[in-house]
Design a protein around this ligand. Structure first.
Ligand code: ADP
Length: 390
């Protein structure tokens, strides 16, 4: 019987699933799934498809909650479609706190520890953990592993992690944690295997998806990143504002009478590309729009991304390679081109034809520029398997 590793990425209204099977050459993706409409009161849906994107299951869920969605998936697994034995489940967990620099096997004690971190990630942490809690009840013998978005950045020096606030805030955990660590780790592993010389150097990775951040690596280790205490800092994103003068928040409270929840809604859901353009959060829509508000939003996005890349390059003391990844980074040559134009002074030149063709190597003469697909789920599966084997 084949050994299987399940990856679970749970948010407030959905659970993304990926099922890998272990082969002699490593992990291979077998099935992907999405349970969505959860917590909506409207009824959820579970869809599964195989590695060739052929649908294998599409049904409504009796109850639109995280637990029944996991139950139904396991039932499907037991029915034998995936024919194998589950050896580990890897969960994407946004926050590991100040001390967790590695994935960890989940038991009741660790689950409690991670639940206690939810004030640091109130929009995500409890949702991330919900399927793990359910599996611990229904399959107590199953090995479960938590893989953290923050863990990869725990190698950063103190000066990169501290805010210029009174010391007691750092002592209570108000630090620059950084996120998207699983994506950066997957790119770091790719570089180690395919470009070992670059891997040893100063590399800035721009993860440009709906969420966006940049990270500076030296010798494969994270030394600086643009996200901070929350996933709000740094670059503008689909609907998030990125770096903002904290004085604006005071202004919104004093002059607009907004409370914390209203400001949260503005900064997380109504800002970024959506807020700036008034058209869409979606880069593809903006690139095709032709309206001046869309063009302007893209220009601000690229300018701010370039500034963050240069800032992180300073944090790692150089720039030997620039890597673009995630939805926008992998698929939007016009965005890469605009960002790189701001970075010419750092020795970044694009090969226009290679960039337009989404080639792997898109740099001209000067700093190598690469487009490398992110593989966060594959990274979680690898981390979970390592602990299962360990
Ligand atoms: P998430 O952070 O939700 O995983 P993704 O990494 O999938 O997001 O990135 C989503 C973003 O990528 C959206 O802004 C989308 O418009 C953009 N994107 C995806 N494909 C393209 C494309 N071909 N051209 C331009 N933008 C694209």
């Amino acid at each position: 019987m084949r050994d299987l590793v399940l990856v679970v990425n749970a948010g407030s209204s959905s659970i993304k699933l990926a099922l890998y099977r272990l082969e002699s050459r490593g992990l291979r993706l077998d099935f992907r799934g999405l349970a969505d409409g959860l917590g909506s009161g409207r009824g959820g849906r579970l869809r599964l498809h195989d590695a060739d994107a052929e649908p294998v299951l599409d049904e409504s869920l009796a109850s639109a909650d995280h637990a029944p969605a996991m139950d139904r998936f396991l039932e499907w697994l037991d029915e034998g479609d995936a024919s194998g034995r589950l050896v580990a489940v890897g969960h994407r967990v946004v926050h590991g706190g100040p001390d967790r620099s590695e994935p960890v096997i989940l038991n009741n004690r660790v689950l409690k520890e991670l639940e206690a971190l939810s004030p640091l990630a109130p929009l995500h942490q409890m949702h991330n953990l919900a399927p793990a809690v359910r599996l611990a009840e229904s399959r107590p013998d199953l090995l479960q592993v938590a893989c953290f978005d923050t863990a990869f950045h725990r190698t950063q020096p103190q000066i990169a992690q501290r805010f210029a606030l009174p010391r007691r805030f750092a002592e209570q955990g108000v630090l620059r944690y950084g996120f998207h660590g699983l994506s950066y780790e997957s790119i770091g592993n790719w570089l180690r295997h395919h470009r070992p010389a670059l891997h040893r150097g100063h590399v800035v990775i721009a993860h440009l998806g709906n969420g966006a951040s940049v990270c500076g690596l030296r010798d494969g280790r994270s030394l600086a990143t643009s996200m901070g205490f929350t996933a709000l800092d740094g670059l503008p994103m689909g609907t998030r504002c990125g770096s903002l003068d904290p004085g604006v928040v005071l202004y919104l409270m004093d002059r607009e009478g907004m409370d914390a929840r209203q400001i949260e809604d503005l900064l997380y859901r109504r800002s970024g590309l959506l807020g700036m353009s008034g058209i869409s959060h979606d880069m593809r829509v903006l690139l095709e729009s032709g309206e001046s508000a869309a063009t302007e939003a893209i220009a601000i996005y690229c300018y701010r991304a370039a500034r963050e890349i240069a800032s992180v390059a300073t944090g790692i003391g150089g720039l030997d390679a620039l890597v673009f990844t995630a939805g926008i980074g992998e698929n939007a040559p016009a965005v890469r081109e605009q960002i790189c134009r701001h970075l010419r002074w750092l020795g970044v030149n694009l090969n226009v034809a290679a960039n337009a063709g989404d080639a792997l190597e898109i740099g001209g003469d000067g700093v190598p520029v690469l487009v490398v697909p992110t593989d966060e789920e594959g990274e979680i599966a690898r981390q979970a398997l390592t602990l299962a084997a360990g």
